[in-house]
Ligand binder design. Structure first.
Ligand SMILES: Nc1ncnc2c1ncn2[C@@H]1O[C@H](COP(=O)(O)OP(=O)(O)OP(=O)(O)O)[C@@H](O)[C@H]1O
Length: 219
């Protein structure tokens, strides 16, 4: 499946945030979005998901326009920056609610076995994040949007999630943004830089220095 978002014009009050943004992703690919704080990455993911209505937007799947918010078609999952599983819910119920196989999770992450009846609020920030990422990635959605999945994870969890991403992308399109740009560069098949309200497809990593996303000499 090919997912495209095109002609995005987003304003907050009179301030223009996005200006003619285009982005394409497809099944089998991880598409990374990089950009400075406040450039509009989360807004763009929200628009793709359908929870933020911009002044203009065009979303196409396999070249066909989809006019309703994408989440209404049941084909997209979104990991927002903030926690989405209620703090009072325990781990077991969260997996039941989202119809994700808890046994498989506990096989990959056996350290959670003892705490499967713990409430989300009793877990650490990183543990909670890991569970939310895992639930998003294993949903039935054909398009997965991940806003800063790596930022709160310890290195071993980052490696496990990166492996999982490579496995799952065979059947899904994945869009991912994070300030841990090295993980994004390593995981992504294509990279867009969001700057001055529009996207730039990055062909060579060196261009990230030319566009002043990275300091010269970083790559
Ligand atoms: N609800 C809102 N009302 C007004 N302005 C907003 C709102 N949400 C976001 N903004 C502004 O829009 C801009 C883009 O915000 P957004 O969160 O999309 O950026 P971002 O690239 O995801 O940033 P970060 O990397 O820091 O998370 C920022 O200048 C922000 O202040």
């Amino acid at each position: 499946m090919i997912f495209e978002i095109d002609n995005i014009e987003l304003y907050f009050a009179e301030k223009q945030i996005l200006n003619g943004v285009y982005l394409k992703t497809e099944t089998g690919k991880i598409t990374g979005i990089l950009g400075a704080n406040g450039c509009g990455k989360s807004s763009l993911l929200n628009i793709f998901f359908g929870s933020l209505q911009p002044r203009h937007k065009l979303i196409r799947i396999n070249k066909k326009p989809y006019l309703k918010p994408l989440f209404k078609y049941g084909i997209v999952t979104y990991l927002p920056q903030q926690n989405f599983i209620p703090p009072k819910m325990n781990l077991k119920s969260a997996f039941q609610l989202f119809k994700i196989n808890l046994k498989e999770f506990l096989y990959d992450f056996p350290e959670f076995k003892a705490g499967k009846n713990n409430r989300m609020r009793e877990l650490s920030g990183g543990q909670r994040r890991l569970i939310e990422i895992y639930i998003c990635l294993n949903s039935n959605a054909k398009l997965i949007l991940l806003d800063e999945p790596f930022s709160h994870l310890s290195p071993l969890y980052v490696e496990k999630i990166k492996k999982l991403l490579q496995k799952l992308k065979k059947e899904k399109a994945i869009i991912i943004t994070d300030h841990m740009y090295r993980h994004i560069l390593e995981s992504s098949d294509e990279i867009y830089l969001l700057k001055n309200g529009s996207t730039q497809l990055i062909k060579e990593e060196k261009a990230l220095e030319d566009y002043q996303y990275l300091r010269a000499g970083t790559i």
